[in-house]
Design a protein around this ligand. Structure first.
Ligand code: IVH
Length: 681
């Protein structure tokens, strides 16, 4: 595409490419926040390679093609690995595997009789772990293969990483020096759960598990790493002294497992045909893995033979990565639509020209939030790259700028809710935009769903399908309408016979007896969960008295911070919500608590001792203490063997290290709040 450029133009294009590649490489490696796809990055890179190939005399000293991508940032202490942390040559299919096998067999005929392990290629971050006399003393990133970054304290926050080996007394003798290599990652399930939580609370969601894991591992403040659900799998021994030195890869994996390391599932194959079969099997089952796998790794099992085969560059000949079919495809972004969630969060999503990714037809993909669209300048009509990994919801990686026709216009943030036409609002400190109108029809279905859910009014038999039916038929225009439903109205609906109608009416009647705290939860006020609702119902005797609460009064309640206090006041201040209260009262859904701390709080934390460290997101230190004590727990200042839980917030100090040393369970604020309800039921 540069064929028609003059030498001068080409030279300036080269400068432009170098600048762009350097910028995007910095965003990827140092900031862990890439704004273009790997595919696009490769295109820029390859374009530069082509120019340099045609004009070797132009090559600049600072050209990114003449630097082995190190990814070492200045932030961490550097550490030299005991032996180079090698990479792997990769192929893309069965033919590639056979070609490799023939090549290495020619070099050494023992390969003919060798067996192989086949392991998943985990798409995470390589980490190198050092154990001295069984104690985890240092952990580092791969870096450039020779020198990595010391991320010991971050790695220590990973629960699956053994701090001491053998973990169990039956795990054999303590190795004098053991250096192992593994992959740190965030499981697909944990990633989705984390994003869902973030989205509901209007915070920024993460792009994909790998970048999130990378960001977490390279946090300068390890208490922040502790909040990310990182895990680890260990797959090879770099150095082993004074312990077992297994002769085979399968022996290594078994030994690592015996010591207490989590290892990947692997197949031991008698010959190359079996290995190829295992590779196909792994690919067909990749969605069942808990992590993203981008391929399989085939390794010659006999380690002495693998070693004798030597290297090509930095790649050992004895092992091979076989990539799975990429789950990135490009398609046209037809339209950006927005979705209104229960809490009113507005989320943009992409409507796509349907495209197949790994056997699944994808028609929509998430765009995370509006910042995501603007950062990447994603425009309706763009050719975009989509990624589907495991069961993670497909997401738009970004636009393919080079495919633009020039007619695509920048996306404009919507000003009004598409369903109720009310203006959207933005809360300070959150990335999300909200529709705050509680009678917004788009929110209604999700509102009703939340209202009847287990943690709220717990109305049995009111699944999503029936909720939709009730809303679509016009019988339910707000949650109060549920309590006015009649048997005759239900019988008129498709699929309702006598028994189903009677059961539903009975279940709704039963809900009238739910306590005030459940009704408060059910209203879905921004930031009010089950625990806080219990606190509010202790102080206020009904929704009327809660609706009259002042900001200062609310702030005196243990768990309530300024945002929550304001959210409560705002909620009760909206005319639609005031009407809802009148309706709830008129249909008899009006629980009254004894108020003013009369209600007995379940003493679920009795016998448990807590220590608090760092800044918690929603509690002051004093509030957290009161909260724990109100449930019967005890709060002390220093961590000891008697401590049951260490509650950590941002910038946790030495207490965290102490707790880890003593094996004290570490929890964050969300987990603390969950503990209260978990133990109760
Ligand atoms: S073996 C010389 N096994 O894939 C041995 N690597 O370059 C090289 N990876 O980033 C590594 N899962 O960290 C091996 N089961 C596995 C792996 C694996 C993921 C990563 C590795 C590196 C890349 C290969």
């Amino acid at each position: 595409m540069n064929q028609n450029l003059s030498a001068n133009e080409l030279l300036s294009r080269m400068g432009e490419l170098i600048e762009q590649i350097q910028y995007h490489s910095y965003r990827y490696h140092v900031l862990d926040d890439p704004i273009i796809s790997d595919y696009e990055y490769d295109q820029l890179y390859n374009e530069l390679v082509r120019i340099e190939k045609d004009h070797p005399d132009w090559i600049r000293l600072d050209s990114p093609t003449h630097r082995t991508g190190s990814g070492i940032s200045e932030k961490f202490t550097k550490t030299r690995h005991p032996s180079p942390i090698l990479s792997l040559a990769s192929v893309f299919d069965e033919d590639g595997i056979r070609a490799w096998f023939e090549r290495v067999t020619k070099l050494d005929d023992r390969v003919e009789r060798a067996n192989f392990t086949v392991e998943p290629k985990i798409d995470g971050l390589t980490v190198v772990l050092r154990y001295e006399n069984g104690i985890f003393t240092q952990g580092s990133t791969r870096g450039d293969g020779e020198i990595g970054e010391d991320i010991t304290s971050n790695l220590k926050t990973i629960r699956s990483l053994p701090l001491k080996v053998p973990v169990s007394p039956n795990g054999g003798q303590v190795p004098k020096l053991l250096v192992v290599r593994g992959e740190a990652f965030i499981s697909i399930h944990d990633f989705d759960a984390m994003n869902k939580r973030l989205q509901e609370s209007g915070e920024k969601t993460y792009q994909n598990p790998r970048n999130t894991a990378a960001g977490a591992l390279r946090q300068l403040d390890s208490s922040l790493t502790a909040f990310r659900p990182l895990t680890i799998l260990v797959y090879s021994i770099v150095t082993s002294e004074g312990g077992e030195v297994p002769a085979s890869q399968s022996g290594c994996l078994d030994y690592l497992k015996l010591l207490g390391f989590p290892i990947p599932d692997y197949s031991l194959c008698n010959d190359i045909n079996q290995a190829i079969k295992a590779y196909h099997q792994l690919e067909s089952q990749r969605d069942r893995l808990i992590f993203e796998a981008d391929g399989a790794v085939i390794k010659i099992n006999q380690l002495d033979l693998a070693k004798d085969l030597g290297f090509v560059g930095k790649d050992p000949r004895g092992a091979l990565a076989v990539k799975f079919q990429a789950r990135e495809v490009s398609t046209t972004l037809l339209e950006i639509r927005i979705n209104v969630g229960r809490t009113g969060v507005i989320t943009p999503y992409a409507v796509l020209d349907p495209v197949e990714i790994g056997g699944v037809i994808v028609k929509q993909a998430t765009l995370h939030n509006f910042d995501y669209i603007f950062d990447r300048d994603i425009r309706p009509g763009d050719r975009v790259l989509i990624k589907r990994a495991g069961d993670v919801i497909p997401y738009v990686i970004g636009p393919i700028i080079s495919a633009r026709s020039g007619l695509e216009l920048p996306y404009v943030l919507p000003e009004k809710c598409p369903d109720c036409q009310q203006p959207l609002e933005h809360f300070e400190g959150e990335v999300a935009w909200y529709c705050v109108n509680a009678s917004c029809p788009a929110q209604l279905i999700r509102n009703v769903e939340h209202f009847v859910s287990k943690g709220a009014m717990d109305i049995a038999g009111l699944g999503i399908k029936i909720v939709e039916q009730l809303v679509d038929s016009g019988l339910v225009r707000d949650v109060a309408d549920l309590f006015a439903l009649t048997r005759a109205q239900l019988l008129a609906l498709e699929g309702f016979a006598d028994k189903k109608a009677d059961n539903l009416i009975a279940a709704i009647d039963l809900a009238r007896r739910q306590p005030l705290s459940r009704l408060i939860t059910a209203l879905g006020i921004h930031g009010i969960g089950e625990v806080m609702a219990i606190d509010l119902a202790r102080v206020y005797s009904d929704l009327d008295s809660l609706s009259k609460a002042t900001f200062d009064e609310l702030m005196r309640i243990p768990n309530v911070g300024p945002n929550t206090a304001q959210a409560i006041i705002d909620w009760f201040g909206r005319p639609g919500n005031r009407n809802l209260l009148i309706k709830l009262k008129s249909v008899g859904m009006w629980p009254v608590s004894s108020g003013s701390s009369q209600t007995v709080v379940p003493q679920t934390l009795t016998g448990k001792t807590f220590v608090i460290t760092g800044t918690l997101p929603g509690f002051s230190r004093e509030q957290a203490k009161e909260f724990i004590e109100s449930f019967g727990g005890k709060v002390t200042d220093s961590v000891s063997k008697k401590t049951t839980y260490l509650v950590v917030g941002e910038s946790a100090g030495s207490k965290l290290d102490k707790a880890r040393e003593l094996g004290v369970t570490v929890v964050d604020e969300a987990r603390l709040r969950a503990l209260v309800t978990e133990t109760k039921e």
